[in-house]
Structures are given as C-alpha cells and as structure tokens.
Design a protein around this ligand. Structure first.
Ligand SMILES: Nc1ncnc2c1ncn2[C@@H]1O[C@H](COP(=O)(O)OP(=O)(O)OP(=O)(O)O)[C@@H](O)[C@H]1O
Length: 248
C-alpha cells in the first residue's frame, strides 16, 4: 500500500552544517508516528522540511504517492498537511481575534459555510462560542494551543505535523491537550507525525517512532518494542534509560 507520507534520503543543510543526513521514513494512513532524539538531532528540521520551511538539498518527499517538488507548498498541500507548533503565542497572530484566525484559512481556500465551520472547529477543541472574539492574550496557554489545533483542523487535513505541541504548557494542561489530539485523530482518521522530547508522551500517543541522532534516523521501532526494551541501537537504549521513569 502507498504510504501517506514517504520520505526518501532527505538532506537539509544550513550553510555547511548537515542538519538532516539521508533521512528516510514512511508513515501509513491513520498512523501516529513519533520522532524522538536529543536536542539538535534534527526532529523539528524534518517536520519543517516536509512543511516547506527548511531548505531541502536532496531527497524526496511524497504525500499519497505524489512527490512534493520545490520549496513552495501549494494550496492543495496545505489542505492535506497542516502543522502545529510548540508555541501557540508565536504561531497565532497577536492582534487578531480567534474568529479572524479561523476564518483566514477558509478564505484563502475559498471555502464557504464559514459560520458553522468556525463554530464546529471551536467546539471540537473544547472551546465554547465565548472564545470566538477573544485575542490570544486573553486566553491561557492551553486555550491558545487549542485554537492553533482548531486552525489546523479547519481545512480537514489528512496529516498533522506536531512539533512538541504540549511542551510549552503546564503538566496538567499537557495531558488535556494530548488527550484532545488523540481524540481528534481517532474521530477524523488523521495521521500524526509528532516530535517530542518526552518518550513517555510518544510511547503513549504513537504506535511507531523514529529515533534520531545527529541528523540521522538510527532506528525505527514500535512503541511496544521500545517499552519492552526490544531496540537494536545502543543509542535508543541510552535515550530510554536517560528518560526518567523509563530507566530499567
Ligand atoms: N534555521 C536554522 N539555521 C541554522 N541552523 C539551524 C536552523 N534550524 C536548525 N538548525 C540547526 O540544525 C540542527 C537541528 O535542529 P532541530 O531544531 O531540527 O533539532 P531538534 O532535534 O528539533 O532539537 P530540539 O529538541 O532542541 O528542538 C541544530 O544543530 C540546529 O542548531
């Protein structure tokens, strides 16, 4: 079966620094796939390269078997693939209401029925209509991230690229937002590729994961194998031992 997202031999350079070094991975439809690895290993760069936000020097990215060419992403790409960033304060416009921020993608894509869509999107992320005319600074971090998720979902994409979506939030709010993500994934049959430095979060939410080190994928394995200590690479074992609560 054609993978929903297929990445082959991807290379990204920042000047002469090789941030991604021949990275290959495939993610199937409806799968929840994690990216883990130490800081600077290239996890965010991989998501950003898929989204057209990092300079790809070589390799291919295909969505539903169709190769994505160049650095500019088409409207069609954005209907299929959306990204949620770590810091919703940075990703939301500070001087626009929630309503305006949800309307924008609909307007860009020429989608009508905006009223019910905006109401539904807010409802889906657990925010009532009273949030519609608030500005980002009038909401908590968790509520802002819910708006960012609503904005990503409003175009009904197939793939969500999640870059540490809860790491800027308090521990109690993190769990709520992770549960919300899991719920919307199941309801919409979405495919997730999620970066997290928290192995506990990744094994809980993702069925499979890739372990990255120095811009390379050192190992791809299932969460069950990771939790059961059935890894091949020493680095994966090291990462797991270093992750508090997973030491064995
Ligand atoms: N725009 C950029 N310009 C120059 N170097 C960059 C840029 N973005 C990332 N890098 C470098 O590429 C490497 C990989 O960064 P990346 O953000 O992908 O790591 P990461 O695994 O997501 O780390 P973290 O968990 O800390 O977010 C790092 O050495 C980083 O300094």
């Amino acid at each position: 079966m054609t993978p929903l997202l297929d990445i082959r031999d991807l290379n990204v350079y920042f000047d002469t620094y090789r941030a991604l070094d021949d990275v290959s991975l495939s993610v199937g439809k409806g799968e929840s796939f994690g990216l883990v690895g130490e800081s600077g290993s290239g996890k965010s760069t991989l998501l950003r390269a898929v989204a057209g936000l990092a300079p790809v020097a070589g390799g291919t990215i295909a969505v539903e078997g169709e190769e994505i060419k160049g650095s500019r992403r088409s409207r069609d790409f954005h209907r299929r693939v959306q990204m949620v960033f770590q810091d919703p304060y940075g990703s939301l416009h500070p001087r626009q209401t929630v309503d305006r921020q949800l309307l924008e993608p609909l307007a860009i894509h020429g989608i009508g029925d905006t009223e019910p869509r905006i109401r539904r999107a807010l409802d889906e992320v657990g925010l009532g209509p009273s949030f519609r005319f608030r500005f980002p600074h009038q909401m908590s971090g968790g509520q802002r991230q819910r708006v960012a998720i609503a904005r990503a979902l409003i175009l009904e994409p197939k793939i969500l690229l999640l870059d540490e979506p809860t790491s800027a939030l308090d521990a109690s709010v993190q769990a709520e937002v992770l549960n919300l993500l899991e719920q919307v994934r199941k309801e919409h049959g979405l495919t997730f590729i999620m970066v997290s430095h928290d192995l506990g979060v990744v094994t809980h939410l993702c069925e499979r994961l890739a372990v990255m080190q120095h811009g390379r994928v050192v190992e791809t394995l299932s969460s069950t194998d990771l939790a059961g200590g059935r890894m091949r690479a020493d680095y994966t074992r090291h990462l797991m031992t270093a992750s508090l609560g997973f030491a064995r």
